[in-house]
Design a protein around this ligand. Structure first.
Ligand SMILES: [Zn+2]
Length: 278
């Protein structure tokens, strides 16, 4: 949901620093023999991602030169996260502003996610543009799933701009209980594929559940303010207030649950007729 600046780090430096004090064999020999391939394939990753063609990359367990999936996973866990590569790990983790998770826009960054899972695409286990700072929940919900089609590809924070239009919406039902449900609405300028990806992203990362939880609290804080405004200036004053809140919350990013909540209220006649009048 939140677009990030790409990390200004090259994979060659990462491998050099991760293998600087490595003596373990045969990993060292394997990694050194595969280094050139990893560097060139990482460049290709960037080219493909720019064109939205990461889906053309195939899963694999071996890298040309001899490095295996296990070598790369070992190197990531023991040298990138915990030793010579840690400075790069920390640099990538620090990319999101305010430590906000780019996948959900709510959680606090606590880990790095492999956009293409390292167990299925070991070549890119250390590729900076494949490493995304995110929250623990998104990392867990994303799992090591691979996308069968472009429609199922998660939003890639370094390459995809999903804030060109407003698409995150919430339906609010005023009954005995107030029920919120978040969904993606297709903007007119979008192709079907982009819309499918937004829906997939919401569903797979279970963002409705997350946003509803936050929404309930925000609404319980706002409800009395809205009722006071309604008493003072009627529907018009409440509408003005909602518009200000939406504009304020869209200044940084167009799609966020708060803006969607206030827009949902603005568009709900039941909010004015059933809720505020009661
Ligand atoms: Zn998240």
């Amino acid at each position: 949901m939140i677009k990030l600046e790409k990390p200004d780090i090259d994979v060659e430096s990462i491998i050099t620093d991760c293998t600087a004090n490595l003596t373990k064999q045969p990993i060292l020999t394997h990694i050194n023999a595969s280094k050139t391939t990893i560097v060139s394939k990482s460049e290709k990753y960037n080219e493909l991602a720019e064109k939205g063609q990461l889906g053309t990359l195939e899963t694999h367990t071996m890298i040309e030169g001899g490095a295996t999936k296990d070598d790369m996973v070992w190197l990531y866990d023991n040298k990138f996260v915990a030793d010579g590569g840690r400075k790069y790990y920390d640099k990538i983790k620090a990319i999101p502003k305010y430590s906000k998770c780019p996948f959900c826009g709510v959680g606090i960054v606590s880990t790095l996610d492999h956009y293409l899972p390292k167990t299925k695409y070991p070549t890119y286990a250390l590729t900076p543009v494949n490493l995304i700072a995110c929250c623990a929940d998104c990392n867990k919900n994303k799992k090591s799933e691979i996308s069968e089609t472009r429609n199922n590809e998660f939003i890639h924070p370094y390459y995809d701009d999903f804030n060109d239009e407003v698409w995150l919406k919430v339906k609010i039902v005023f009954d005995e209980e107030i029920i919120f449900s978040f969904y993606a609405e297709k903007p007119n300028t979008w192709e079907q594929e982009k819309y499918e990806r937004a829906k997939n992203h919401l569903r797979k990362l279970q963002l409705n559940k997350l946003y509803v939880a936050h929404c309930g609290e925000e609404f319980s804080e706002y409800r009395d303010t809205a009722k006071d405004l309604y008493k003072k200036g009627g529907e018009e004053l409440v509408r003005e207030d909602l518009i200000c809140r939406i504009e304020e919350r869209r200044r940084v990013t167009k799609n966020n649950w708060r803006a969607a909540l206030y827009e949902g209220l603005l568009e709900s006649q039941d909010f004015f007729d059933k809720f505020l009048m009661s």
